[in-house]
Design a protein around this ligand. Structure first.
Ligand code: SAM
Length: 248
């Protein structure tokens, strides 16, 4: 693992970052640094905006409730958006918050809510998803901000999916077999990967056939137990990252 300062607080800042840039913090950010972290004038935080890499910035206290940040030095070059789509049937609030954060921690670059017949909540709060994605990126050293897409029904999602993108289909009805072997067979012949996990009620047979019809669909079992959708998210993304992604 590259040498990385996991102790310094990290903040997503939605402004251009360059040497000596002075950035005014919003009330929430100022409160977090001054009152929650009790940071003093001149102390440093790490900031990123998803485009200009990561910077060490110094706190310039402006008063009890306000502060600026002054960019001191770039600590890491910008990394590209991971080409990993995580498609999922939206869950109810706290479970969805959890699943979004875990998908981001596991390296998903695009979060795609997919409405299926048995999806629990068809109305998705994209802003809430975005702030969960940012929070996860701040906490685990990610430099990009995952793209949170508008919800789509399953047919639309499959229609829009690039034909040459591998679609890892986590199917609770798949015969139990080692998913690592199934993915390893792909070798390097792939451009981009998508993972799809169904709702708590599972996929219907008709949906199963639709997904399996995708040209580069790889149907995988996640073992002999039925996992809850948010558990399946972490399990599936761990296997994909270790065989096809940035864990190897
Ligand atoms: N209602 C379904 C049932 O009882 O068969 C279970 C659905 S499960 C809670 C939610 C989703 O997680 C599934 O649609 C699938 O995508 C994934 N999943 C859960 N367990 C799995 C397993 N053992 N193998 C493959 N996928 C699994």
């Amino acid at each position: 693992m590259a040498e990385y300062d996991f102790n310094a607080p990290r903040l997503f800042i939605d402004s251009p970052l360059r040497k000596e840039a002075r950035i005014g913090l919003d009330r929430g950010q100022a409160n977090y640094l001054l009152n929650v972290l009790r940071m003093k004038d001149g102390e440093s935080v790490l900031i990123f905006n998803g485009q200009d890499g990561e910077w060490r910035a110094e706190v310039a206290v402006e008063g009890r409730k306000s502060a600026d940040l002054v960019c001191a030095e770039r600590t890491r070059e910008q990394t590209p958006q991971p080409d990993l789509v995580y498609a999922f049937a939206p869950l109810k609030h706290a479970r969805l918050d959890y699943m979004v954060q875990k998908a981001v921690e596991m390296g998903a670059g695009i979060l795609q809510p997919v409405i299926t017949r048995r999806t629990q909540s068809t109305r998705v709060n994209l802003e809430r998803m975005r702030s969960n994605a940012i929070e996860a990126a701040e906490q685990c050293g990610i430099l990009t901000i995952p793209e949170v897409r508008e919800e789509e029904n399953l047919e639309r999602f499959l229609k829009d999916l690039e034909q040459d993108r591998v679609l890892v289909f986590c199917d609770e009805d798949a015969a139990i077999a080692n998913p690592v072997d199934a993915l390893a067979k792909l070798g390097n012949k792939r451009s981009g990967v998508a993972v799809i996990v169904g709702p708590e009620g599972g996929f219907t047979d008709q949906e199963r056939a639709l997904v399996a019809a995708h040209e580069r669909c790889v149907r995988v079992s996640l073992g002999p137990r039925i996992l809850r959708a948010d558990t399946a998210a972490v399990a599936a993304l761990a296997i994909v990252q270790s065989v096809l992604g940035d864990w190897n």
